[in-house]
Design a protein around this ligand. Sequence first.
Ligand SMILES: Cc1cc2nc3c(=O)[nH]c(=O)nc-3n(C[C@H](O)[C@H](O)[C@H](O)COP(=O)(O)OP(=O)(O)OC[C@H]3O[C@@H](n4cnc5c(N)ncnc54)[C@H](O)[C@@H]3O)c2cc1C
Length: 383
Amino acid sequence: MKRARIVVAGGGPVGLAFACASAGSEITVIEASPARRAMEGGFDLRVFAVSPGSRAFLRELGAWDLLDAKRIAAVKRMEVSGGGGSDLRFAAPAGGALAWIVEAGAIAAALEARASRIPGVTILRDTAATAFGASASGSWAELASGKRVEGDLLVGADGPDSPVRAAIGLAAEERPYSETAVVANFETQRDPQGLARQWFREDGVLAWLPLPGRRISIVWSAPTAIADELSALDPERLAERVRDAGGAALGDLRLDSGVARFPLRSIRVPRPVAPGVALIGDAAHAVHPLAGQGVNLGFQDARRLAEILGSRPPLERPGDFALLRRYARSRREDVGGMHQVTDGLDRLFSRPGPRAAAIRNAGLRVVDRTPWVKRFLASRAVR
Ligand SMILES: Cc1cc2nc3c(=O)[nH]c(=O)nc-3n(C[C@H](O)[C@H](O)[C@H](O)COP(=O)(O)OP(=O)(O)OC[C@H]3O[C@@H](n4cnc5c(N)ncnc54)[C@H](O)[C@@H]3O)c2cc1C
């Protein structure tokens, strides 16, 4: 079979994972941002909760073992609180973990190091693609320099604002949440000991994710006015607010990073493929971070698309619509399910008032006492 020539727009974690998973093809990854610098000392402000399924995939790609184990925290237990004394508790099986908290930059750097050693993979950094075209018989991306990179398939791994999606005219249903995520790292008085905590509060969803040692990364998805207020606080006041919102579960906190804000939105792309083009990662779907699943969904897109391309019959071309539709169909249930879960939780938990709080707490109690529902939720979280 002829080697497929694939143009990947976007060298974020998902585009790079796809390049690693597609060994045997000729891949050109086009990435607009300049080369990454290694993190030293302080922890990256952006972290991912990597599911066991994604970790296994990263391991297969040879990227997981390039990560510095001292900078990774295993999540052994998780507690979700509805705020009315009702908690939902998950524990990892003996010797396992529910997830691993890994710096976003470290994952991308490890994937890039792997990809750049694979024969046939070329990574063009600091290079934006400005125009795209796709058909079953050939696709292309044009660089800012005017040069065209041609291939049999164009893969849009170019994030939630996907220029590929816009250029090809793949419709996206975009809905802003009325929330903004405030993200920061803190030193803690006590060791989080692998316990991830999440509180569904009147003022948003607050997650404390364990980092190695006495540190946590927090994501506070708050109504935008509250997020504005939180990000304007001085470091001491912010640490007090975060400590108090979490019931001082780890004692006093000290801000150990900058503070970043991410406006949140849901993006659904009913048809993430067209002849000669496929979308993967946030270009194909953006979900609320309350389930910490965005990049995990993207890694499964990358894995599935690479598998389908790698096992295609000899006469099928990489850009054939029928082949790309197989990829889209195979991802529909996973992506649709995650949208339903995160949007449903967001609607339930963003409703103010004591009545909504009572329903939430009753719901959490039912889930906690119903083993099969808990198993179902845990299995979705660890894919
Ligand atoms: C607050 C917050 C917390 C989150 N926490 C988690 C978590 O715990 N776990 C989890 O699984 N997910 C989490 N997510 C989601 C996660 O960040 C995304 O799902 C993930 O970054 C998607 O990766 P990607 O490679 O698809 O897109 P991106 O990371 O957006 O990468 C896209 C790349 O494309 C490049 N690009 C764009 N346009 C062009 C162009 N024209 N030419 C060349 N290059 C281009 C960009 O420079 C970028 O590098 C979180 C998200 C938020 C907002």
